[in-house]
Design a protein around this ligand. Structure first.
Ligand code: NAD
Length: 269
């Protein structure tokens, strides 16, 4: 069975997206809404704008002062939503405390919600979508196999479980109330593990995995060394383990471009 590094897969798929972009008269266009400055958000936005440029899409940043009132931001997002040249809109989180994230996100029309966060969104949430596309590209067998997902968040754990169930996997979700003994038990039987916890190297030598298991590490944790680390200790003796960084983060970014392309196709139908 072939195995492709995440980076290699993302490079290949971006090349294909670039070819698709050429078939559009006006490039698929993403609007990024940002309030204030937060170093992590600034860096994520730079990444998204770079991705868009690389595949021949457009990304426009709509930036507002930290002091903007909730009603003003709602009006601004509504205005962006109406723009006929915009195919997809994302609101960079977190927003300042005086603004309700869910209120702002609810203003985005479902057909432009390319982050896929809203209930009933026309798109799949980017992280689970990117992971599933990669697993399929890798030829990982899913039907009837055991998936163990750690974490039950709305943006990763739960939608990941839904997607893998649709692939006919036997899906188990573990979370903060799962005992260590149960965690060890379920993980030792898993064919595919998706760790989305946010605790550095929580899955360490205490756990045994099947030799042919595939470990997908979603976690992003800043270590005392100032570098980013995953939820899984690197180098587990398994078939495939995605790295952190340059693993799921790249897949999430790629999936945003996939969703934007989908949005552009729908609008031009
Ligand atoms: P969250 O922070 O909302 O929730 C964490 C989840 O982990 C909870 O559901 C909790 O029940 C569970 N959990 C806590 N301790 C656990 C344990 N011992 N065993 C099993 N589960 C446990 O989660 P989130 O927003 O999904 O983020 C999770 C991690 O993934 C964070 O590090 C985040 O930065 C990262 N993340 C990465 C990407 C990416 O593109 N790489 C995208 C989204 C989130």
């Amino acid at each position: 069975m072939k195995e492709m590094e995440v980076q290699e897969y993302v490079r290949k798929r971006k090349g294909e997206l670039k070819e698709e972009a050429k078939t559009f008269l006006a490039a698929p266009t993403l609007a990024i809404v940002q309030v204030g400055h937060n170093p992590a958000s600034d860096s994520y936005i730079r990444g998204k704008m770079k991705d868009a440029l690389e595949v021949g899409f457009q990304a426009k940043l709509f930036w507002y002062e930290e002091s903007i009132k909730e009603e003003e931001l709602i009006r601004a997002v509504l205005e962006v939503s109406k723009d006929k040249n915009i195919d997809g809109i994302i609101v960079q989180l977190p927003l300042p405390k005086h603004i309700s994230e869910s209120k702002i996100q609810s203003v985005i029309p479902l057909e432009k919600d390319v982050d896929g966060f809203a209930l009933g969104s026309s798109y799949l949430p980017c992280t689970p979508k990117g992971i599933l596309m990669y697993l399929k590209e890798e030829g990982v067998e899913l039907d009837g196999k055991n998936a163990v997902i750690l974490g039950r968040s709305k943006i990763v754990g739960k939608p990941m479980a839904d997607l893998l169930l649709k692939e006919n996997m036997n899906v188990t979700i573990l979370h903060s109330h799962t005992s260590l003994e149960d965690e060890k038990f379920y993980l030792s039987h898993a064919d595919v593990v998706v760790a989305a916890i946010g605790k550095m190297h929580l899955l360490d030598e205490r756990f045994t995995f099947r030799k042919d298991a595939v470990l997908v590490d979603v976690g992003i944790n800043r270590g005392e060394d100032g570098k980013l680390h995953g939820d899984i200790l690197p180098g587990r003796p398994v078939r495939l383990q995605t790295p952190v960084p340059k693993g799921v983060g790249l897949l999430t970014r790629l999936a945003l471009m996939e969703n934007l392309l989908e949005a552009a196709k729908r609008r031009r139908k």
